[in-house]
Design a protein. Structure first.
Lengths: 216, 216, 216, 216
DNA sequence: AATGAATGAGAGTTCATTCAT
DNA sequence: AATGAATGAACTCTCATTCAT
């Protein structure tokens, strides 16, 4: 068992945890198996993490810290709202599509309990929804999105659509490229499914909308 | 100790289970607590269910059997595709919006593990996606939906949007009426978020789409 | 399921119990399985027996009551000590050899615990040893057995030999006729294994012998 | 809480198990009681043994491994067949007579079920019977045992006699010295109970004998 | 007498976490 | 820092027994 003395131990533990959580599920995952896969002793895990739960939480925080950061940067260079939405969708799908185990942890294991869900929402998702809201608000300002767009609903629909793409991809197990779905999803989001000219806008899209996760 | 002979025992156990699963999470839920809440002895549970997991599975199957059935019937009387989509959305949101504990079980506990997820997908979700697909295919036939609509993507977007509405509602904990979101969600799905006339349809919504859960 | 109203129910329960105890072992035997095999309801068993243990105890008592009785009668007609010992051995081996399940219960299940063993010894075995002692004492009196025979040891050796024949027969599973072993066992007991004339009786067979089960 | 590092833990657990099994019986014995008596935590037992049953099985194997070995060695120095049979009997009785709890486990607990019995027979008893067979065959060869001796029957009678001595000693609870019974038992086995010169050998000791446990 | 649904006490085993080395 | 043996709390499920019918 190679035991590099460099302190990538923490990283090795996190990587091992992703695999074990993804394959066994959080509850069925054994700390000792994570340790074995990381090439460390059981007790060593507790030098880096407070508890089994802490591994999951830190895993999430670390991945998120990296990608939310990158996402904001990626948007800087993009001029139009559709381009920005596409970039967001693509990054969302590519990050999770690149590592099925990580995707399983994010789509399944992290939603183990309302407790995790709330944490999940409170930290990263909040930011994500705020970002979507900004982009859409700007889109409304520059005329690329409907003025009457209910952004609360729209941000959730957008996120929900992407989220379901990822979940379907995991469950389906068919191994297609998740990232390529960004364009059709965003196109559908922008254009709608209705035939052009056919949908009379009988009523403005609900005025009094609901707050929700991500809502401020 | 009263020995109620009525055979609502099974039902009482399921109702108690919904509450306990919703509040504690499936793993942390104790069979003895379900029994206590149902007013039966621990052992009695095992006269009606094979195991703790069986309670969750049966819970799901029973609720689904009822609502998938009702949903198909509800669609019979509806003429237009938008009306049908709205009916589907409304039922989806109202059923879960009417019982927060049940919603938690469906949104959170049932997704505990890929094992449950797969079961979930294989049984009910499959039907649900098939139904959405039919309605959309018909919509394309009668001209109310775009001919170039990628139904694989569209059904997932539609489902994902509703699913996220429910999850947000649970997590947000703000207690608004979930059912009222059906109309804005469906409207957004049909019209799209883009300003009318502004989105040049640069490319047809992706031809070669991905299969996935619900895909046939 | 035929349910003869005659009150052979008790007998049917005992017969079912022999089978179930023999096949599963006393601890693994389920009262409900005995009930099923006997064609009665679980609760009915408790109208005839106080407990699961009571079934085993009564089973033993009933079989014994019958055979100890018969054994004493059978000896009446026999003149010589060797004939009497052969009759005892033959009955012992034939009774158990005729019903493997019963033999299993007597050889294995009834020796589950020192508690059963002590009961077993206190009731029937005591009588059995007393009978053997009588026959041997008489044999010493009429000159057919050695005068210096230590009867305490001899009765145990005789019983132990038969007991081992039965156990071997059960475990071996070869299905030969157990009863036919009576003659060689008794012959060996009487003649000894030593070559005639070769064994110098260096010392009288232990004067101060041990008391033991069956011993008074 | 002292954390004794010495690795006699395994031995302490086995010793505790002998006591608890002997006093309570295998089924009624509680793992937690064995742990308490051994001065270890419940879980520690499972670092050394796979299960409660494994404790019993290992207990048996370990004791046997030691004594079968010693028995063969002890026979090397002995010239005559009677001396060898006496040595076997003495060792058998002394080993079990030295530790009543161990004797209870071997005579009673290990015969809990046909499953244990078969294991018991298949492993050690087989060897024991083979050894007895060898010694007796040799005795026939050197003229110290009858030529017509049915060794199948004789080995079982010999073993059964010793086995019953042990069982009687346990049940009787009178605390005499078990080892001293070796001589009278072996003498009886060799000389027989019949008065010399009185038993006309009417028929040769059964030719077609039964196979059985220990039989090849 | 008979039923069988209901009871509820009870225990083997696992595994996250600790801590002496 | 690292180890891994030891800990002990915790929980599902079984099944002998009861008792309302």
């Amino acid at each position: 068992m190679p035991r590099p003395r460099t302190e990538d131990k923490r990283k090795r533990i996190l990587e091992a945890a992703v695999k074990v959580f993804a394959r066994k599920g959080y509850f069925a995952a054994r700390v000792s198996e994570i340790a074995r896969k990381a090439g460390v002793a059981d007790g060593t895990i507790y030098l880096y993490f407070r508890s089994k739960e802490d591994i999951l939480v830190k895993l999430f925080d670390e991945v998120m810290a990296e990608h939310v950061q990158q996402m904001r940067e990626a948007l800087r260079g993009l001029a139009t709202t559709p381009a920005r939405l596409r970039a967001i969708a693509e990054r969302h799908l590519r990050v999770l599509g690149a590592n099925r185990d990580l995707a399983v942890v994010f789509q399944v294991e992290l939603r183990q309990s309302t407790r995790f869900m709330e944490r999940f929402t409170a930290s990263w998702l909040q930011d994500y929804f705020a970002l979507l809201n900004e982009v859409m608000e700007e889109g409304q300002g520059n005329g690329s999105l409907r003025e009457d767009l209910n952004r609360k609903v729209a941000t959730k629909v957008f996120f929900g659509a992407l989220d379901e793409m990822v979940t379907s991809w995991i469950i389906g197990g068919k191994g297609y490229d998740l990232g390529q779905l960004a364009i059709p999803v965003v196109d559908l989001f922008l254009q709608g499914a209705g035939a052009p000219g056919r949908i009379a806008r009988v009523r403005p899209a609900l005025a009094g909308a609901a707050p929700g996760r991500g809502g401020k």
